[in-house]
Design a protein. Structure first.
Length: 247
């Protein structure tokens, strides 16, 4: 004897159908959400790959760029040194002789190239550090040469020692190659300082005297100070080839 289920009441039948529809819709939504997540994951992976590629490119650039920069810097420094050595062969002091040293053993080594001499650095040496003086003798009103000429007070700093340093790694700055323009300012603003000033004319580059002689009206005080140290120094000594030649 077969059993026959009685028909469901209409309200129950409607509820059953709606429930099946809701379940189907929910399953569809779950499937769509899963697809979206997979798509998002793929996009994320692609983005990460692009970031990795960009980072690799930047890293390679970082690794290669400094090498090229360093190579360029080494090349530039080598060129400067070559030009310096070429000038060194013709460096002359204000006395017309071969340029002598400025700083001494046990003092900080001076010079644009830190070779102890007031050699001419050409265009690289914007300060034209040609005048060799004893910084301790260039004080005015209790102020150092640096302070009097409006610079930071590097005069009291220590630097790499020249020659015998007695085991010390740094030494005081004593005999120093100072800017010829700062020197001219010092003398012009302090007329009586020249008499107390200790200079090394043998270590002072002729380019300073040539520059002063080229504009005597502006650098009268500086010229007179050099002549006070050696009366034989005149601008006529430095006219022509000696001031017109490569410094």
């Amino acid at each position: 004897m077969s059993l026959v289920h009685p028909p469901l009441p209409t309200a129950v039948a409607v509820l059953y159908v709606r429930t099946k529809m809701l379940v189907a819709i929910w399953l569809c939504l779950v499937a769509v959400h899963a697809l979206k997540q997979e798509h998002t994951a793929q996009e994320s992976r692609q983005m990460l790959r692009r970031i990795d590629i960009d980072n690799d490119a930047k890293l390679n650039a970082t690794h290669t760029s400094p090498k090229s920069d360093i190579a360029a810097l080494v090349h530039e420094n080598s060129a400067i040194k070559l030009r310096h050595e070429a000038r060194k062969a013709v460096n002359t002091n204000v006395l017309g002789a071969t340029l002598g040293s400025c700083s001494e053993d046990g003092e900080a080594v001076t010079g644009f190239m830190r070779d102890g001499m007031c050699t001419d650095g050409g265009d690289e040496d914007a300060g034209s550090h040609h005048i060799c003086i004893n910084l301790h003798s260039a004080q005015a009103g209790g102020k150092t040469f640096c302070e009097v000429t409006g610079q930071s007070n590097w005069c009291v700093e220590k630097d790499t020692c020249q020659g015998g340093s007695g085991g010390s790694s740094t030494c005081p700055r004593v005999h120093w190659c100072v800017c010829q323009w700062a020197f001219a300012s010092l003398i012009a603003d302090n007329p009586d300082i020249c008499s107390q000033l200790t200079m090394k004319l043998a270590g002072t580059h002729k380019a300073a005297l040539c520059a002063y002689c080229a504009n005597q009206s502006e650098y009268t005080a500086a010229l007179n100070c050099l002549k006070e140290k050696d009366p034989s120094l005149t601008c006529t000594n430095f006219e022509g080839p000696i001031c017109g030649s490569a410094r």
